[in-house]
Design a protein around this ligand. Sequence first.
Ligand SMILES: Nc1nc2c(ncn2[C@@H]2O[C@H](COP(=O)(O)OP(=O)(O)OP(=O)(O)O)[C@@H](O)[C@H]2O)c(=O)[nH]1
Ligand SMILES: [Mg+2]
Length: 202
Amino acid sequence: MVFGRAERRRAAAAEPVALKILVAGGFGVGKTTLVGAVSEIRPLRTEEALTEAGRPVDDVAGVEGKHTTTVAMDFGRITLREDLVLYLFGTPGQERFWFLWDELAQGALGAVVLADTRRLEDSFAAIDYFERRGIAFAVAVNCFDGADRYPVETVRDALDLDAHVPLLLCDARDRASVKEVLIAVVSHAMERSAARRQPAAT
Ligand SMILES: Nc1nc2c(ncn2[C@@H]2O[C@H](COP(=O)(O)OP(=O)(O)OP(=O)(O)O)[C@@H](O)[C@H]2O)c(=O)[nH]1
Ligand SMILES: [Mg+2]
């Protein structure tokens, strides 16, 4: 049987598109939790115990129940649609591991920056990072129990976000909530790359 170009094309169309999404944000904001909540494979984690020796460096204020921290990355996968698979790469939150970010950011379509309203400033560095590199991102406020709730516009102002950057409230432990965040990032990133491909209006 001759396997023509049309068959080859049909076979290629059936292959899902795989996209890489980074999950970033400050220490203990819920990145590992988020990847674990949606991943359909057992997520790969690189957690190390937080120790007494690390206490002066690792600020667990607000996440006192936290006993481990990510030292390299989290990795998970989610099929958003049958033709669209996301590979999620959770970054380490602590500044001393930031040298890994450039590696992790290679080939990423977009990113989620998780934020906690009790420590909003911890997300500034991640936002700066993606803005500077022109990587599309959305901000998701992880609503921890006991944290004050603010209207999204107040958070947008505090983070000095551009109007087009999606900003959502989420629960990093909840699969449906995390899926919504991922859909927001993917749509935003795709709109942006489509807009870039448009010839400039004359
Ligand atoms: N109440 C509540 N707790 C959460 C939520 N998300 C995460 N946690 C808890 O917060 C702690 C920190 O979560 P992690 O997912 O380890 O945070 P991380 O951002 O991966 O932390 P690093 O990798 O150390 O930067 C854990 O004890 C979680 O169980 C949430 O949405 N609500
Ligand atoms: Mg982590």
